[in-house]
Structure formats: structure tokens, C-alpha cells
Design a protein around this ligand. Structure first.
Ligand SMILES: [Zn+2]
Ligand SMILES: [Zn+2]
Length: 195
């Protein structure tokens, strides 16, 4: 299953995301660029177990990335770090290298210059993001991502129970506070308020 044509990815992204938009095009291009830099061309086939992707925003582009990489949250191959940035890091765990790709704000201006006759911004960017060079759309940098065994798909280890709420915690996400094992919620990172 080597890489598909861009148009095939567009169809799949539209299905996955519910509509087609500039963010889908950008996300597809971002994932394809990441794979190109890592020299991986068969993410759903022979390179299936080599990729882990970190994404840094929950916006349109995010949905397009697994369409190309096959990395999914439920398979533990997609990691969400909510930094509010249109950026993703593609890790080749076999070659032990990773590249972080960030979308450039200047691409919007380039889209305006490329298609000034298209008034609708989304349409303008959809068209331009197909054609602009990778380096017009993105900045890329090689990075090191420290991945403990607990980050990998298929990780098996003893779970622990939180000393306060009693709920089960997997994948070493517990926090030890004053000698007690706590879940992150009970340790103060709770994002909800019990009623
Ligand atoms: Zn969208
Ligand atoms: Zn707890």
C-alpha cells in the first residue's frame, strides 16, 4: 500500500472530516511532507509500525494527518499535545529519528498572491495549498522525541489504582505525591468539576 495520489487522499480526508476545507489540504500536505523527510512511503503497509505522530492542535488539519499516516489515537500511534499550534512531529521509531513540521503563517499571503481572483479565502487556500512548495507551506526541523516503552502501541504493564478516587490508571500516567499514588485529576490537573 504505497502512497496514494493526492486526489485520493482528498476524498478520504473529506470522508473522515465531514467536509473538505483548506485545513484538510494543509493537513494532507503536512503529513506527506513529514513522510517524505523521514523517507517513508508505505505508512499503511510495510512501514505501518514505524510511525508515531504528535499533533499540536485540534483543528481541521488534524483530521487529515491520520488519513495519510494511519496513526490513530486509539492505536496509541497518534499523540495529542494541545499547544494550539498547527504543527506535528513525525517519529520513525525504527530509525530513531523525528521531524517536526509547522505550518507557516506566510502561506496565507502566498495563497492571496497566487489566486487574487478567488474572493473566498477557503477556496483560495484550498487551491494554493495544493500547489505551493512544501517549503512555502511549512518549516521543518529534526528533533529528538524521548519515547518511553509506555508510549508504544501494545505496551503492557501493571496498572495502578488512584489512592483518592480509586480509578484505574494505565500507561504509567500516575503521579506520586507524598508517597501516595494519585491519578492526574486528583493530583490537581482535573479539567472538570465534580457536581
Ligand atoms: Zn474543516
Ligand atoms: Zn484519582
Amino acid at each position: 500500500m504505497p502512497l496514494k495520489s493526492f486526489d485520493e487522499y482528498v476524498v478520504l480526508a473529506e470522508q473522515a472530516h465531514g467536509h473538505i476545507c483548506a485545513g484538510q489540504i494543509l493537513g494532507l500536505r503536512m503529513a506527506l511532507y513529514g513522510l517524505k523527510l523521514l523517507d517513508l512511503d508505505d505508512p499503511l503497509g510495510k512501514h505501518r509500525k514505524r510511525l508515531i505522530t504528535f499533533i499540536e492542535i485540534d483543528r481541521c488539519a488534524t483530521d487529515a494527518i491520520p488519513v495519510v499516516t494511519g496513526c490513530r489515537l486509539g492505536k496509541r500511534a497518534l499523540k495529542f499535545r494541545d499547544f494550539g499550534k498547527v504543527a506535528a512531529t513525525f517519529c520513525d521509531v525504527e530509525a530513531d529519528r523525528a521531524v517536526r513540521v509547522v505550518a507557516l503563517e506566510t502561506a496565507k499571503q502566498k495563497a492571496r498572491e497566487m489566486f487574487p481572483e478567488i474572493a473566498d479565502k477557503n477556496t483560495q487556500q484550498m487551491r494554493a495549498y495544493r500547489e505551493l512548495l512544501d517549503t512555502d507551506l511549512f518549516a521543518a526541523a529534526w528533533v529528538r522525541v524521548a519515547l518511553g516503552p509506555e508510549e508504544f502501541p501494545g505496551y503492557r504493564a501493571a496498572c495502578v489504582d488512584c489512592a483518592v478516587c480509586g480509578e484505574r490508571i494505565s500507561f504509567k500516567r500516575e503521579v506520586v505525591r507524598d508517597g501516595r499514588v494519585l491519578c492526574k485529576a486528583c493530583a490537581g490537573e482535573r479539567y472538570y468539576t465534580p457536581l
